[in-house]
Design a protein around this ligand. Structure first.
Ligand code: MN
Length: 379
């Protein structure tokens, strides 16, 4: 169990957020379209429902709207009968739009775990580990933040007497937080470890998942594939509104075949790539025009584990090419290695064990030659 006490909620933001919710009639939960964002949305919606609050949700479509607060949709909701916005897993950087919402005489509570914009908008509570005092909350995912906020609210609204009752009040919420925590790949500390114990509970709460043979490895794919279409998100509709069973089943079957096709493609590409031998190379650099960028990272990581060498795989990325480089070793640094070639790239980034870059078709051949001359020359 995740043990928290009043000292963990000492920051004024909690109290202010509670007062706003207490005085709100119509709340909009503003989420994000990845596994962490969707589970966060669900946790807060379910909690507000328990508190007897009228709550709707909006999850921007990453492709059509963007990420976080987006002006067009903020303007749309400002015209509607909503008195409070609660963002989950997003918006810490949307300083101007938060201000705009405040200026329109509406309330906003920002809950998030991303690095915030340098200053807070005045009189807006931020439930974000970067601003909170409790060290226990340091590495929370967006859904972890939603969970601890929910624990706090249940006690404040006197639905429960103490935090241990609060924790077990809605076990579905803990499992949702575990999924968000797992899929967002946050650092596993004691708090996150406690949350992750409830990961498998999700199969009990959503029986269709077992029925369709989803398991721990494919679960993130389900949540990440739930896309918002005309304001509706299949997972949120099914779990929160409980009236979407047939469409949800169809959605899950769609995800299933998507994941299977992806796996088949990976196997096919691996076979093709491994027709070449990589015995001599110290650093494996592979350029494949025919492989789409969305497969590159996974392939690169499989190959680097298999050959126990640094691997960089380049595939097609729109008009350009994209490279993903992997190696799980403390003795090697991909980011530093890519820095040596940065003049070739349109952009690059990442960290020691996993880094990537984008390069134009004009530069790609020269880069491959230069790279191999430097690291794989036979002399
Ligand atoms: Mn997140």
């Amino acid at each position: 169990m995740l043990e928290v006490n009043d000292r963990d909620f000492i920051d004024r933001d909690f109290k202010e957020a509670f007062l706003i919710i207490k005085n709100s009639k119509n709340i909009l939960v503003w989420g994000d379209e990845d596994a962490d964002g969707i589970t966060s949305t669900l946790i807060i919606l379910r909690t507000l429902n328990t508190l007897g609050k009228n709550a709707k949700y909006f999850i921007p479509s990453r492709i059509n709207d963007g990420i976080g607060l987006v002006e067009k949709k903020v303007d749309l909701f400002l015209k509607k009968d909503i008195d409070t916005f609660i963002t989950v897993d997003c918006a810490s950087v949307n300083y101007e739009l938060i201000k705009k919402i405040k200026l329109s005489k509406k309330n906003i509570i920002v809950t998030d775990h991303h690095i915030p914009y340098k200053k807070k908008v005045e009189k807006v509570p931020y439930i974000n580990p970067y601003f909170l005092s409790s060290k226990k909350f340091k590495n929370l995912s967006g859904s972890g933040v939603s969970l601890i906020f929910s624990l706090y609210l249940l006690k404040k609204f006197k639905i429960v007497k103490d935090y241990s009752q609060s924790f077990f009040y809605d076990p579905f919420n803990i499992s949702l937080a575990a999924v968000g925590t797992q899929c967002d790949k946050v650092k596993i500390d004691r708090t996150n470890d406690e949350i992750l114990k409830y990961y498998n509970g999700i199969f009990y709460h959503i029986p269709y998942l077992k029925e369709l043979d989803f398991n721990e490895n494919t679960l993130c794919g389900v949540f990440a594939n739930s896309k918002t279409v005309s304001f509706k998100n299949p997972l949120v509709e099914y779990i929160f509104k409980e009236n979407y069973k047939k469409s949800f089943y169809i959605f899950l079957k769609g995800v299933k075949s998507k994941i299977e096709n992806y796996r088949k493609k990976i196997e096919k590409y691996l076979k093709e790539i491994e027709k070449d031998s990589f015995e001599k190379e110290k650093f494996i650099l592979i350029f494949r025009k025919d492989i789409d960028y969305k497969y590159i990272g996974v392939l690169s990581s499989i190959l680097s584990k298999k050959y126990n060498k640094p691997v960089c795989l380049i595939g097609k990325k729109g008009k350009n090419f994209g490279g993903e480089c992997r190696f799980e070793s403390e003795k090697f640094n991909w980011l530093d290695t890519l820095k040596l070639f940065q003049n070739y790239f349109v952009g690059f980034g990442g960290h020691k064990k996993a880094a990537g870059f984008e390069i134009t078709s004009e530069k790609i051949y020269e880069f491959v030659t230069q790279f191999n001359n430097r690291f794989n020359s036979s002399k």
